[in-house]
Ligand binder design. Structure first.
Ligand SMILES: *Cc1c(COP(=O)(O)O)cnc(C)c1O
Length: 417
């Protein structure tokens, strides 16, 4: 049945879906102003009341009163491991395979170098030309840094054909940052292993949005960010996963005391920690780690499969409403329509994407743009409601219908888009 033969969706039907949504209660943890529709949780997740309170407590009590004692008495020293444990559950991994530190880009650097060195007789790092720019920059930097190493960039559809005996590492992003297209994690990991290569997945747009099962994928290494669907706050530390079976052969190129087996022995010799914490290097960012620790509690008691199914359903609803209500305005759906092929975001295209998004933000619907023509909307399952999707499309319809975007103030280009 196509959208044109089905009865058009109405707002009341969507309000009913919200009323029976098992995740409805989780939304109350988030501090979202009434009337604001936030569809950019794929770029920066929303804040939570409990996170603000936790950060206040860490500063005013643990730091101000406890001072350096708080490393022990407030458990700061255990925070990376504690957060890794919470992330491991969402990743389908064990706690000793996950570590939390640095940015995604820095973790990708460490992971790709370690993987390339674990395959010393192979010279190629393989990636695809749709990959996130930072990932391409990092891979290019690694190829320049390491002797006898070549970066090969091909289209996503050609990856499998290029998995030959010269490939040391395949590195890809699981959910395309523009279109939301899902890579075949299981199939590509298997193909890479059959070719003798290791795989480094970037899960930045995946964790908390689509099902991730690193053990089920037989994954080697993975990295990802925590400030998108995991709501850790701006610049919250990223994670790195390393499969237990590889710990012995993966050596971090950024050695520091917190990656040492016993940092407080102050030994002059480096002895890597036996598990994924060997990828730590310096002192943990306690304020942002505490915020992340608190934010992840939104997921406790949430069935990840229920959340990812809701994210898909929100995206389906959005696409259907765009089809039904935005016909004739020059808007196209540029994401896969099959929800099995898509992350929790939908990309629309329009020639005037930038001013349209600015005008939509002025109507209290926040998404973002990705050049040249993309309007990007993310459907974070913990706090976006079905009626929000309706209201967002309706406000977008008004912006287009009344050409509200065609005003000089909406063409002013900010630094961060
Ligand atoms: C958001 C994102 C990142 C973030 O990288 P940082 O180094 O943490 O800023 C990395 N990779 C992908 C695919 C992303 O979407």
């Amino acid at each position: 049945m196509t959208a044109s033969t089905a009865r058009p969706l109405d707002r009341a039907a969507l309000a009913e879906r919200d009323a029976s949504d098992p995740l409805a209660g989780v939304r109350r943890r988030f501090s979202l102003r009434d009337g604001l529709i936030y569809l950019d949780g794929n770029s920066l997740g929303a804040s939570q009341w409990a996170v603000a309170e936790r950060v206040r407590r860490v500063v005013e009590e643990e730091w101000t009163e406890g001072l350096i004692r708080s490393w022990n008495t407030a458990g700061w020293v255990d925070l990376p491991g504690q957060v890794a444990g919470k992330l491991a559950t969402l990743l389908g991994a064990d706690a000793d395979e996950v570590t939390v530190t640095d940015s995604t880009s820095a973790n990708l650097f460490k992971a790709v170098v370690a993987a390339r060195r674990a395959r010393p007789d192979r010279r190629v790092i393989l990636t695809d030309d749709r990959n996130f720019p930072s990932d391409l920059y990092v891979a290019g930097g690694v190829a320049e840094l390491l002797a006898d190493t070549e970066l090969r960039i091909v289209s996503p559809d050609e990856i499998a054909d290029h998995l030959g005996p010269d490939v040391a590492v395949l590195t890809m992003t699981h959910v395309d940052f523009r279109s939301g297209r899902l890579a075949d994690a299981v199939g590509l990991t298997r193909a890479a292993h059959e070719a003798g290569a290791l795989v480094v997945w970037d899960l930045s747009h995946s964790t908390g949005a689509v099902e991730v099962d690193l053990h089920g994928w037989d994954a080697d290494l993975a990295v990802g960010c925590t400030y998108k669907y995991l709501n850790g706050g701006p610049g919250s530390p990223a994670y790195l996963y390393a499969a237990r079976r590889l710990h012995e052969v993966l050596d971090s190129p950024v050695r520091g005391w917190f990656g040492h087996a016993r940092p407080f022995d102050f030994s002059p010799d480096h002895e890597p920690a036996p598990d994924a914490t060997r990828f730590l290097n310096g002192t943990a960012p306690v304020l942002s780690l505490a915020a992340l620790d608190e934010s992840l509690d939104a997921w406790s008691g949430v069935d990840v499969a229920t959340a990812t199914a809701k994210a898909r359903a929100l995206g389906d609803t959005f696409i259907r409403l765009v089809d039904e209500r935005l016909d004739g305005y020059g808007v196209e759906v540029a994401s896969p329509r099959d929800p099995e092929q898509r992350g929790a975001q939908v990309l629309l295209t329009h020639d005037e994407a930038y001013p349209i998004m600015q005008a939509l933000i002025a109507e209290d619907v926040i998404g973002d743009v990705r050049p040249p023509r993309g309007l990007r909307f993310g459907f974070a399952p913990l706090y976006v409601r079905y009626v929000d999707v309706w209201d967002a499309v309706e406000r977008l319809r008004i912006v287009l219908d009344e050409a509200r975007w065609d005003r000089p103030e909406h063409r002013h280009r900010a630094t961060v888009i």
